[in-house]
Design a protein around this ligand. Structure first.
Ligand code: C5P
Length: 309
């Protein structure tokens, strides 16, 4: 009689993409980063990372599935790879793990899909390796990996300051419906910030959360119309300057009755807030019909942060 080998232990973790409901950017600082005040909301488009035990000394490997999997690097430049490496180094163990990423967030679209992979990997490897770090410790490691990674751990709705990595949870009532238009050709985040510097220079006013009072009130009230009117993105002029065709995508959403439409984060994704799921589907259908997007996505927000499934 032959015995089947027991499957290797594995841990599966889901982490959300995000939309910046407001993104206020101050003048660039000496370290090259910009001080931010941003209101993040996690969306129901999510990444799933499965971390599977491998033999000692086998190292890290990354495999990817999903509609845009061919656009994701499989080497040490992948943020999930770097997350596993950083956690192993932090606790002083050898980084041996097979990581499988199932991508549900548009790639290179300003929706933090790579950051969600990193957050999910931290949680998955922490569980697989039994390293037992607190959420606070994981969040500190997350901030080393990228400005948006701590929010992918936390999820729901939060105000981000500093580089966007210092988070305070915020109240949000009800469910909001979104349509997203993505482009195959991504926009480089550093390039968008550089264009922001060229357009606004040192004259960019300091950022102030007071400017988001109407937005925070709209979230607390669960009022989609008020939220749509309060959406704000200081990076939008820079993204539009680099990709003028996004103007038409915004205009189509507004003509379709979107409660608000803006470039998402550093772009090139365009986000439209809809009245209902049906309305989000209608906006997405118009984008497709008018050839104003390479892919369209409909989802809801807020959603939970990184968690073991
Ligand atoms: O921190 P992260 O790796 O996500 O940032 C990517 C790039 O975006 C940075 O190298 C920087 O050029 C720009 N950035 C910035 N100010 C921030 C966050 C990001 O200038 N607050």
């Amino acid at each position: 009689m032959t015995l089947a080998a027991a499957p290797s232990p594995s841990v599966r973790v889901r982490a959300p993409g995000k939309v910046n409901l407001s993104l206020r950017v101050g003048p660039v600082e000496e370290d090259g980063y910009h001080p931010l005040v941003t209101v993040f909301q996690a969306v129901a488009l999510a990444e799933e990372v499965t971390a599977t035990e491998v033999a000692d000394g086998a190292g890290i490997s990354v495999t990817v599935e999903g509609p845009q999997a061919d656009r994701v690097p499989l080497d040490a430049t992948n943020l999930a790879w770097r997350a596993a490496e950083l956690l192993a180094e932090h606790v002083g163990i050898s980084p041996d793990v097979a990581l499988h990423l199932a991508k549900g967030v548009p790639v290179a679209g300003g929706m933090a899909g790579g950051s969600a992979d990193a957050a999910a990997t931290l949680v998955a490897c922490d569980a697989l390796w039994g390293t037992g770090l607190s959420r606070g410790e994981l969040s500190t490691l997350a901030a080393v990996l990228g400005s948006d990674v701590p929010f992918a751990l936390l999820g729901h709705t939060a105000v981000g300051t500093g580089r966007g990595h210092l988070l305070t949870p915020a109240m949000s009532r009800g469910e909001f419906h979104w349509a997203f238009a993505t482009r195959d050709e991504g926009l480089s985040t550093p390039a968008v910030y550089r264009r922001f510097d060229e357009l606004c220079g040192p004259t960019a006013p300091p950022v102030d959360l007071v400017d988001d009072n109407p937005l925070m009130q709209a979230l607390r009230a669960g009022d989609p119309s008020a939220l749509g009117a309060a959406l704000h993105n200081d990076l939008e002029p820079a993204a539009l300057d680099l990709r003028p065709e996004l103007e038409r995508t915004l205009e189509i959403a507004r003509n379709g009755g979107a409660l608000g439409a803006m470039v998402s984060g550093s772009g090139p994704t365009v986000a439209a807030l809809a009245r209902s799921r049906q309305h989000a589907l209608a906006i997405a259908a118009t984008w497709t019909a008018e050839d104003a997007a390479d892919s369209v996505w409909c989802t809801t927000a807020p959603a939970a942060g990184a968690r073991v499934l």
